[in-house]
Design a protein around this ligand. Structure first.
Ligand SMILES: C=C(O[C@@H]1C=C(C(=O)O)C=C[C@H]1O)C(=O)O
Length: 114
C-alpha cells in the first residue's frame, strides 16, 4: 500500500516529484515497521530482565544482602560499553541506559527489604 506524508500538501507536483514522494513514504513505512518490531523486542527483553532482577531482589532480601552491588555494576557497564562499540551504538548512551535500568532495579530491591 502507498501512503503520502501527512504534511504533504496537494499541489501541482510533477510525476517525478510524486514518484519520489511515494517512494520516500514507502521507505518511511518500512523503517517504522522495523522500529515497531524492535520496540516490541526491547519491551519483551526488559520484561524478562526484570523477572530475573525481581528474583535476585527476593534472594537478597531473604539473605540480608544489600540492594546494590557497585562492583557488579562496574563490570556490567564496562561490558556494555564494549558491546555498544561493536554494535555501532553510542557507548555513553548505552551506559546511561543501563544505569537508568539498574536504578529502577535497586528501587525494587529496596522495596523487597521493607
Ligand atoms: C540484579 C542485581 O542487583 C542490582 C542490579 C543490577 C542490574 O540491574 O543489573 C546489578 C547490580 C545490583 O546493583 C545484582 O546484584 O545482580
Amino acid at each position: 500500500m502507498r501512503i503520502r506524508f501527512s504534511n504533504q500538501k496537494d499541489g501541482p507536483l510533477t510525476d517525478t516529484a510524486t514518484d519520489a514522494v511515494t517512494r520516500a513514504a514507502d521507505v518511511l513505512k518500512e523503517h517504522r515497521e522495523s522500529i515497531d518490531r524492535l520496540d516490541a523486542i526491547l519491551v519483551y527483553t526488559l520484561g524478562e530482565r526484570f523477572k530475573h532482577t525481581q528474583a535476585v531482589g527476593k534472594l537478597k532480601a531473604e539473605h540480608a544482602l544489600p540492594p546494590s552491588d557497585p562492583a557488579r555494576e562496574g563490570k556490567q557497564i564496562a561490558r556494555l560499553e564494549d558491546l555498544a562499540k561493536r554494535a555501532d551504538l553510542d557507548p555513553e548512551f548505552a551506559k546511561k541506559f543501563l544505569n537508568f535500568i539498574i536504578a529502577e532495579v535497586i528501587q525494587h530491591h529496596k522495596k523487597h527489604q521493607e
